[in-house]
Design a protein around this ligand. Structure first.
Ligand code: CA
Length: 234
């Protein structure tokens, strides 16, 4: 789970950042509206925590810019906790609103509610199927041909990322960021090693391969036509 905090007050952002990191979330911080919008558009976040009063662009402008392109869940924070602010935030596409000062426990409850709500919206997406491979995101269970596969937490994370984007080529950079919270230059080899491990469990024992390497681009999880029927490039 990856979250973004857009907040210029260092005290608030570091407090929220520390608390959410301890709970196991990967948390990015932007300290102004321009960076905040850029991050929110550039990366995939599960929830964006967006302050209203920001230098550069205010929270409403960031929200508007984001909503032109994405439906990422947004919780707005504001010291000006008036009804007008709340209504404006929600009307412009925020998913929730929290007045300052807020308790950390309340923020966490709202974040978790948004994540659950989104999982509920896409209920069918918590159970993914690629050919005879099934990934249950909620129960964190993987089966192939009905047989349970035993994956480590990181292997599960990697496989579920690929499964959620089945048919799409994911670059090593994207995988590294989503699964390990690292930049590409830190160690791309970690991705290759993990792919190899997942492949050994998910593909090696089976004749029909699902996890494919796309040379120079990345990896894709998909059920491909058998060779005899394949047309064009693979
Ligand atoms: Ca602020």
């Amino acid at each position: 789970m990856r979250l973004l905090i857009v907040e210029d007050e260092e005290k608030t952002s570091s407090y929220v950042h520390r608390g959410l990191t301890e709970l196991g979330y990967i948390v990015d911080v932007a300290t102004n509206g321009i960076d905040g919008l850029h991050y929110a558009l550039e990366w995939e976040y599960d929830v964006v925590i967006l302050d209203v009063m920001l230098p550069g662009k205010d929270g409403y402008d960031v929200l508007q810019g984001l909503r032109l392109h994405k439906k990422t869940p947004v919780i707005m924070l504001s010291a000006r906790g008036t009804v007008d602010d709340r209504i404006r935030g929600l009307r412009e596409g925020a998913d929730d609103y929290l007045g300052k000062p807020f308790s950390f426990a309340e923020l966490v409850a709202r974040v978790q509610a948004l994540i659950r709500r989104r999982a509920g919206d896409t209920a069918d997406l918590t159970h993914l199927r690629i050919d005879d491979l099934e990934v249950d995101l909620q129960a964190r269970k993987v089966t192939r041909g009905g047989l349970r596969l035993d994956l480590t937490a990181k292997e599960f994370c990697l496989l579920s990322l690929l499964a959620r984007h089945q048919g799409e080529i994911l670059s090593k950079l994207m995988i590294a960021e989503q699964v390990w919270d690292m930049n590409f230059d830190s160690d791309a080899n970690v991705v290759e090693v993990a792919i190899k491990r997942v492949r050994a469990k998910v593909d090696a024992p089976y004749p029909h391969k699902l996890l494919h390497t796309v040379r120079g681009m990345g990896y894709v999880l998909e059920s491909r036509e058998e060779h005899g029927r394949q047309s064009g490039t693979s």
